[in-house]
Design a protein around this ligand. Structure first.
Ligand SMILES: Nc1ncnc2c1ncn2[C@@H]1O[C@H](COP(=O)(O)OP(=O)(O)OP(=O)(O)O)[C@@H](O)[C@H]1O
Length: 569
């Protein structure tokens, strides 16, 4: 709990004035509550026993004033505390996404999107009540407790001792319940994360699910996750709801003792009836905030568990540190020297050495799983080499600033990413929109014809995942996006696989033309796509078995000949 506050207290310092207002509200609310307990004494002693007529009118006015103070105080306090809490949560959520996006691809490959969404939404919601309403409630209830304790002691210190001694005894069962709550909360958050992950998977793979009629299998899986969440939630309710009966039973003992002792004092004339009832009212009133504090403490455990999960994400650090060099000159060559890459100790690339110069195109061909995409993953530093070095001109890739590196590269992959935005925004993604330039690249990518036929032309909004486009149209949008960036390095990983032969050969010509001042890498299964490449590297099981132009390979490379023959079957 200490760590939790340590982590969030720095956020609070921006809200000093709001805290001050909230505190005034709290003080009014606590004062109003204690005052309404105190007022029982003059009510009984002055009105009912002494029959004082002035008091008959003064006290009701006082009651109205006290309740107004209590209500107004509560309102002011709730508003300011919620404001502070919500604003802090907004900042924590921003920070969490900011941090998550610094992590490397390996992390995202291993973590499910659904789980991350769950952390950034559900878990943060859990701490929201802790940093805002729970802290406020806790402070308000604690202040009320102090004020009421003051009233009880003021009325009778001896009775107060018997009435309140039970409180410390309650700590033992309550702390046991709190421990259990933290465990249950953790399990509950894991379970909701399973649900989000599964839902994410279902909606992302809906085509496959429908096409295979596996809806029932998915529903059965979901029912299991959902039932698990229900079971944990019910256990949480059982544990949390135990607080109240435990406190009430212990409280009943205290009250019983006080009735016997206090009653005796009233009978002996040591205490007035008013004093006794005022004391009893304060004591009764006292158990409500104490019960609330215990229950809040239990609920706080759920925030602590959520915070553990949030911190475990915040503690993950990128294993690919950025370098300091900013690319501000032309990249004339990229050199791979004895490069090896392993994914979790499984080798994917072995001893790769090659050089690509500006104006050249290197094509990567070979069987599936040969390591072609892995090689381009290294150029954009999605992964780190295990051995060997990659240099841009004479600079080691590890010394180059990652953002600057990626700004110099455009990559089009098999999987086309479309944002839920207009065609303009999708093409200029991350850069200023220049409509003329957008139209130019759309024409180059052979996309302008179908775009101009759309209702709003380049301002047409695309669905997320680009479902209002065909596969080939999506690829053309992705190619246009890559061209718009006008990068020094162009990577096309099966970028034209969904195009018909005619479009592909036209786009290939465009790419040949624009790649004259770039370093280009093309991965393609269709060998016809790459026949004009300066060099073709043939991959097999993570190694380059031959490298050369098409003519040389056709002559000397058995593996290339095999691929060529397969393509012609
Ligand atoms: N993120 C990853 N984590 C673990 N292993 C991976 C990852 N990406 C690729 N691999 C493995 O590395 C090897 C090379 O894969 P890679 O994707 O580079 O091949 P490829 O030649 O591009 O294949 P394809 O033509 O099918 O796209 C494969 O055995 C693959 O299973």
């Amino acid at each position: 709990m200490k760590e939790f506050f340590k982590q969030y207290v720095p956020y609070y310092k921006d809200y000093k004035l709001k805290f001050f207002y909230a505190f005034i509200g709290m003080a009014l609310a606590a004062g109003g509550t204690a005052g309404s307990a105190y007022v029982v004494k003059p009510l009984l002693d002055e009105i009912f026993i002494a029959k004082n007529l002035t008091m008959l009118y003064t006290i009701p006015a006082l009651v109205i004033g006290l309740y107004f103070a209590k209500g107004f105080g509560k309102y002011v306090q709730s508003y300011y505390i919620s404001y502070i809490g919500q604003d802090i949560i907004r900042k924590v959520r921003d920070n969490l996404l900011r941090h998550t996006l610094t992590l490397d691809m390996e992390f995202f490959q291993k973590k499910h999107g659904g789980e991350l969404i769950s952390r950034i939404t559900n878990d943060i919601n859990k701490i929201q009540s802790a940093v805002s309403s729970q802290i406020a409630e806790f402070s308000k209830e604690a202040l009320t407790v102090f004020a009421l304790i003051f009233v009880t002691i003021y009325q009778s210190a001896e009775l107060a001792f018997y009435g309140l001694v039970i409180m410390p005894l309650a700590i033992i069962p309550l702390s046991k319940l709190a421990k259990k709550m933290k465990k249950l909360s953790y399990a509950s958050q894991e379970s909701i994360s399973d649900i989000t992950t599964h839902l994410n998977e279902i909606f992302n793979n809906i085509e496959i699910i429908k096409a295979n009629s596996t809806e029932k299998i998915e529903i059965d899986k979901f029912v299991k996750h959902n039932k698990n969440f229900f079971n944990i939630s019910i256990k949480t309710v059982k544990t949390n709801e135990l607080v109240s009966p435990v406190m009430e039973t212990l409280g009943a003992f205290a009250i019983a003792i006080v009735i016997v002792l206090g009653g005796t004092k009233v009978i002996n004339g040591a205490l007035t009836v008013g004093e006794f009832f005022s004391f009893m009212t304060a004591l009764f009133m006292l158990y409500t905030p104490i019960k609330k504090i215990s229950s809040l403490y239990n609920k706080m455990q759920s925030a602590l568990a959520a915070n553990d999960r949030i911190n475990s994400l915040l503690n993950v650090k990128s294993s690919i540190p950025s370098g300091h060099l900013i690319i501000d000159e032309e990249i004339n060559e990229i050199t791979f020297k004895d490069v090896s890459l392993k994914y979790d100790e499984v080798p994917a690339l072995n001893n790769i050495s090659l050089k690509v110069k500006k104006g050249e195109t290197l094509a990567l061909v070979g069987d599936s799983g040969g390591g072609k995409s892995s090689l381009v993953n290294l150029i954009i530093r999605f992964y780190e080499t295990n051995e060997g070095s990659i240099t841009f001109n004479d600079d080691n890739i590890k010394d180059i600033n990652i953002e600057s590196l990626r700004n110099s590269v455009s990559i089009v992959t098999q999987r086309v990413y479309i944002f839920n935005d207009t065609i303009c925004e999708n093409i200029a993604y991350g850069q200023e929109i220049d409509e003329e330039k957008i139209i130019k690249v759309l024409k180059q990518a052979h996309a302008y014809n179908f775009v101009s036929e759309m209702e709003n032309g380049i301002h047409t909004k695309l669905d997320e995942f680009g479902t209002n486009l065909s596969g080939g149209q999506r690829q053309r949008i992705a190619i246009a996006r890559a061209l718009y960036k006008n990068p020094q390095i162009l990577i096309l990983d099966e970028a034209t696989s969904a195009l018909d032969n005619e479009s592909e050969s036209i786009i290939s010509e465009v790419i040949d033309e624009i790649s004259k001042d770039k370093i280009t890498f093309i991965i393609a299964h269709r060998l016809s796509t790459v026949k004009h490449a300066t060099n073709i590297a043939v991959f097999k099981k993570g190694e380059i078995v031959c490298i050369g132009n098409e003519k040389q390979l056709k002559k000397d490379c058995d593996e290339y000949k095999r691929l060529h023959n397969l393509a012609n079957i």
